[in-house]
Design a protein around this ligand. Structure first.
Ligand code: NAP
Ligand code: COA
Length: 261
């Protein structure tokens, strides 16, 4: 379905975002990934090639640095043509009470998650296929569920989802769809290593998830493939929870899971 389509994944060198990049690569897409560390970029490019992608680009850049992001999109356009699918998922997270965060700690997550998402979308716009492009921002349940020890992430991801909705309105007339995916806890990821550090906290998370399991990378990449496909051609401005029902439990469930860490 995505043969010869161009897919750009910001933060696409590990975890959920790399899982999405690999899924598109297996569908025959041309894939570009971007993240800060050259060694992670190189490893991701190698993994994408192993997955069968013949056309792969990797960029070492920080989403907080707008010129670096602009340059990556320009190079992708030159090599692969217009971008059909944009995934924006670079993010940072750590558990900390608000009074345990310096101004710079709060700002670092706001800058990576929210300003970084704006940079990626802003730089991508001129290179997105019009009409026909799909943009997916990777957000989290914290965007609408206030959660203890996550003030920075709650604020940043709420902003990301408002960017999703706002740019769905602005870019809809150009034929560009803009949506978010909000994953639940996904096995084997950096996010889970940081946010679910103990068996006790894992049990608390399990009690908050109606489907009683953590997600797999494929749960998110399958959703991204669908949301980017023609089957979702009338879907824009939504935040799609792919979380086993976590979001149904409300803030007390997710907060008790964070407090058990
Ligand atoms: P991860 O493996 O740490 O992925 C983060 C990616 O972003 C990495 O490729 C990282 O590579 C890159 N990155 C970080 N800061 C960056 C920056 N300033 N500029 C450019 N790239 C940057 O984390 P993950 O757990 O898979 O999470 C991926 C996404 O899913 C995030 O948006 C997260 O909020 C969301 N999410 C995750 C979970 C979960 O269970 N894991 C649940 C809900 C939502 P470098 O270090 O090389 O920069
Ligand atoms: N509790 C409180 N403050 C913390 C913290 C923690 N656990 N971890 C980092 N900080 C603070 C630092 O002390 C620093 O503040 P200071 O300058 O006042 O001392 C500030 O956050 C920035 O840290 P720094 O390491 O300089 O930032 P960075 O830009 O290099 O890294 C992070 C950003 C902190 C988000 C880092 O954890 C990261 O790169 N994360 C990416 C991977 C990730 O989080 N994946 C999971 C996604 S769900």
């Amino acid at each position: 379905m995505f043969s010869q389509k161009t897919v750009f994944v910001a933060g696409g060198t590990s975890g959920i975002n790399l899982g999405i990049a690999l899924a598109f690569a297996r569908q025959g897409a041309k894939v570009a990934v971007l993240s800060r560390r050259q060694e992670k970029v190189d490893a991701a490019v190698a993994q994408l090639r192993e997955a069968g992608a013949t056309e792969v680009l990797g960029f070492a850049a920080d989403v907080r640095d707008y010129p670096g992001v602009v340059a990556a999109f320009a190079a992708t356009r030159t090599q692969f043509g217009e971008v059909d699918v944009l995934i924006s998922g670079a993010a940072g997270n750590f558990l900390a009470p608000a009074v345990g965060m310096s101004s710079n700690a709060f700002k670092s997550v706001m800058d990576i998650d929210l300003l970084g998402t704006f940079h990626v979308m802003r730089a991508a716009y001129e290179h997105l296929k019009k009409p026909g492009a799909s943009v997916i921002n990777i957000t989290a349940a914290q965007s609408w569920m206030p959660s203890a020890f996550q003030a920075h992430v709650c604020a940043a991801k709420a902003g990301v989802d408002q960017l999703t909705r706002t740019l769905a309105i602005e870019w809809g007339p150009a034929g560009i769809r803009v949506n978010s995916i909000a994953p639940g806890p996904i096995e084997g990821t950096e996010g889970v290593a940081r946010l679910v550090p103990t068996e006790k906290s894992r049990e608390a998370w399990m009690r908050s998830i109606p489907l009683a399991r953590f997600g797999q990378l494929e749960d998110i990449s399958n959703a991204a493939l669908w949301l980017s496909s023609g089957q979702a051609s009338y879907v824009t401005g939504v935040v799609l929870s792919v979380d086993g029902g976590l979001c149904l439990g409300g803030s007390s469930g997710i907060t008790s899971a964070f407090m058990a860490a």
